[in-house]
Design a protein around this ligand. Structure first.
Ligand code: AMP
Ligand code: ZN
Length: 138
């Protein structure tokens, strides 16, 4: 009869424990997160676009005639927490598609990502603001 401690040596069991803790932490963050709830349809929002990876909706306090937020469906608290270049590339690709094809901002638009409290971030789920519909001062 093989001993399970030989089949799953200490480093493997430690890694398993870490991934379970990470899953529980992520679950807790997602259940507490306003934008995760919006993406899941648990809180109503003015949806403008959705696919498997992103959800886009109207900002509740618009700072321009068109003001849309684009979020990854995966919970990432802030830009500096994301170490996945493919995910960031995908997000920027969708931002461009939504701005041009869905919102029809042919005259142009601005994309803003506020990072952490000092950068003005209030909701800690990564999101890109798309602002347009008027000439934007800088
Ligand atoms: P930030 O300051 O970059 O974190 O941006 C958060 C944005 O989320 C702000 O522009 C808010 O107006 C917007 N916001 C907060 N709650 C909601 C909501 N329930 N639906 C739509 N937009 C929201
Ligand atoms: Zn979230």
């Amino acid at each position: 009869m093989p001993c399970w401690m030989h089949i799953f040596p200490y480093p493997v069991r430690f890694a398993t424990l870490l991934s379970v803790i990470r899953m529980i932490t992520m679950e807790k963050l997602m259940t507490d997160c306003l934008f995760c709830k919006i993406a899941a349809g648990e809180i109503p929002a003015g949806k403008v676009y959705e696919d498997d990876d992103v959800f886009a909706f109207k900002d509740i306090h618009p700072k321009a005639p068109t003001h849309v937020l684009v979020i990854p469906k995966m919970h990432i608290a802030t830009l500096s927490d994301c170490d996945d270049p493919a995910m960031l590339g995908m997000l920027m690709d969708r931002v461009g598609t939504i701005a041009d094809d869905v919102l029809q901002l042919a005259a142009g638009y601005r994309v803003v990502i506020n990072v952490r409290a000092g950068g003005g971030q209030e909701v800690f789920h990564l999101h890109a603001h798309i602002l347009g519909g008027k000439k934007l001062p800088f």
